[in-house]
Write a protein that binds this ligand. Sequence first.
Ligand SMILES: *[C@@H]1O[C@H](CO)[C@@H](O)[C@H](O)[C@H]1NC(C)=O
Ligand SMILES: *[C@@H]1O[C@H](CO)[C@@H](O)[C@H](O)[C@H]1NC(C)=O
Ligand SMILES: *[C@@H]1O[C@H](CO)[C@@H](O)[C@H](O)[C@H]1NC(C)=O
Length: 742
Amino acid sequence: MAVAPSQSSTPFFLVLLLPLLLPQLPGPAQHTAAAQRCPQVCICDSSRRHAVCRQQNLTEVPDTIPELTQQLDLQGNKLKVISPAAFGALPYLTHLDLSHCRVELVAEGAFRGLGRLLLLNLASNRLRVLPQEALDGLGSLQRLELTGNLLEELRPGTFGALGALATLNLAHNALVYLPAMAFQGLLGARWLQLSHNALSVLAPEALAGLPALRRLSLHHNELQALPGPALSQAPGLVRLELGHNPLTYVGEEDALVLPGLRELLLDHGGLQALGPRAFARCPRLRTLDLRGNQLDMLPPLQGPGQLRRLRLQGNPLWCGCRARPLLEWLARAHVQADGTCGGPRRLRGEALDALRPSALRCLGNGAEEEEEEVATRPRAPTRTPQEDERAARPCPRSCTCSSESRHSSCEGRSLRAVPSGFPNATQLLDLRGNRFPSVPRAAFPGLGHLVSLYLQHCHITELEKGALAGLDRLVYLYLADNQLSGLSAAALEGAPHLGYLYLERNRFARVPGAALGALPSLFSLHLQDNALARLEPGDLAGARALRWLYLSGNRITQVSPGALSPAPELEKLYLDRNELRDVPTGALAGLPALAELQLSGNRLSTLRAGAFRPVARSLQRLFLNGSGLEQVSPGAFEGLGPGLLSLHLQENRLQALPALPALTRLEDIDLSGNPFCCDCQLLPLHRWLSGLNLWVGATCAAPPSARGQSVAAAMTAFEDCPGPRRAHTEGRRRGAHKAGHG
Ligand SMILES: *[C@@H]1O[C@H](CO)[C@@H](O)[C@H](O)[C@H]1NC(C)=O
Ligand SMILES: *[C@@H]1O[C@H](CO)[C@@H](O)[C@H](O)[C@H]1NC(C)=O
Ligand SMILES: *[C@@H]1O[C@H](CO)[C@@H](O)[C@H](O)[C@H]1NC(C)=O
């Protein structure tokens, strides 16, 4: 009974580098009594204070485990639910292993009483969500393993009680999105593992509140663009792993601002180009890994002056005349680079760092060697020597298929039907600029690994029922610039993970609500520049995961109450450039997460009191510019407060505007292009603006004496108004009555 078999030490315990703090133990008598208990199905080692109850089909935590146990291994049982205070009788636990236990639910307060726990292993279970208080009471926890679960979403605050946590492992889950403040409270976290998920978007504030973070693992996700603003929220990062994401370009606009970053991994993506200043704001970068991309050229990189190692293997580098600046820079900056040339033919396979710049030839008459060959080589993606070997693999005629990047392309080939026979590992298929009036049923056979499908500019008028059948992993579907006027209920079936649907510049007169019902994961819907006239209840039925809705540039006159309520998680709503005459206040009810509302370019003329009240708590950015506004009721912005960061009212016809002192955290306000009348009724606005440390752009159009002056600075216009004065005129005006608002 009191034996500790050798196989009881799991790899999980071995990786542990934490010092084991011995808790203060009760007296010897109690100690002996406690040591005598041990459930039949367990092995207890009282000297090491271990209890091992592995693979026993237990459905509950046994209740006779010695109270003094510090390490409890329950791996491989069938617990299913961890109920509140399930370990309340084991206050000395430092290590708890609940992996492979088929856990579906961790109840709120499940770990209460485990204030000494250092390590909690919940790996390889079946958790889909974590209730907000599931991890309460774990104030000493240093490492939390949640890898291999089914988590699709993290709620802000989930990790709020884990101030001592150093490592959080969320790899191998099903996360598609990280909301703002997802990791709030993890003040000590140094390593965050988010690899092998399906992340396509990080909210700009997703990584806020992680001051100690040094390493971030985001490899094997679905990021198509570098989430620069989000990553820059973790300025202490030293190592950033972004490999195996479908990134195609990184430029300065992606704005990675990471002053301490030393290692950046961008390997095995789909990079086709890199801007020279892409890493200009990562001055300490030493190692940049770009292996396995589609780069045929690389500019000298500006900014990372400490760069020593550039990994370029597996790129089809073109060692022609135009690569000279790269070679010269590598030599000058003492950067060691390890790629090989993919061409021209005479240099194929040569190591890049063995070449002298003079070996990269231009022809005498100004034409470059590569240009001759470029004309004869296949369109990008270029084949590398390894790929030549595999050239026997399938690829439809007149298309190119790269097994390295898993991209296949038949862009602009005037094809009349969707070709078949692509490699079944293809992740990105580019069919833009062809002519497929109708996309037939099961048009993409064998492409169960496809993530992105490009079908823009293809003259498509119809998607037949089941056209997407079998596209189990499709996340991005681009159908912009076609001639679709509708989608039948079954048109989008077969792609249950579709997150991003691009339908802009088609001919939709109604939102294709029936078709959206097949997309439980739809995150972002683009319907800009169609012919939508109204939004009715039912239009979004089924789109319950929708977060971003783009309806700009339609002819919408009405958004009916209830039309948006099937999408309670909506964060962005773009209704700009439509024909609304009123803020659709009724339709905003039931959208507790709405953060950005675009209403510019409508015909609003008046803002009524309480126009934004239903979303006042969550709204951060409000655009009302160019909307023909003439009047703003004193209560128009009622309810809006410190949450609002951005307010756009420029290019309207406002002569007056109430002061908005409740907006204490504005970062951005634009009132330019309005004909403000700077008489005493504008005094409250003048006062508020003159105390605001922001460029506002409000100028007086009247009276003539004040024309052109800024509302905030115009002193003379307001000098004779009744009301309390600024400090320097205080004495003169003492006794004047208080000016009312509005
Ligand atoms: C657990 O259940 C499985 C399947 O029912 C069975 O094969 C196995 O022997 C059980 N293990 C124990 C220790 O009872
Ligand atoms: C592709 O198909 C072949 C044969 O049909 C199969 O052996 C292989 O496992 C498939 N690969 C993938 C990635 O599905
Ligand atoms: C509103 O302002 C934004 C930001 O300045 C601008 O991009 C947009 O074009 C404007 N819209 C209209 C309709 O004026």
